[in-house]
Write a protein that binds this ligand. Structure first.
Ligand SMILES: [Zn+2]
Length: 63
């Protein structure tokens, strides 16, 4: 009997397990520790997490 909710999500690029902190909320950005790809949490519930590739945000080099 498991008391831990499995929230394993893998990177959409390299299939490495993403380390998502418990308590994370929808919309948070999760970065893959292996390839650095950013993922956006599109769903966060007691049953697990879903992620999609985060849109690439252009670096704002201006003011
Ligand atoms: Zn990755």
């Amino acid at each position: 009997m498991s008391t831990t909710v499995t929230t394993a999500v893998v990177c959409l690029v390299c299939d490495s397990a993403l380390d998502i902190e418990s308590g994370s909320e929808k919309g948070e950005i999760v970065e893959c520790g292996t390839c650095g790809q950013e993922h956006e949490l599109t769903n966060a519930s007691a049953s697990g997490y879903e992620v999609s590739l985060a849109p690439e945000v252009e670096e704002d080099w201006g003011e």
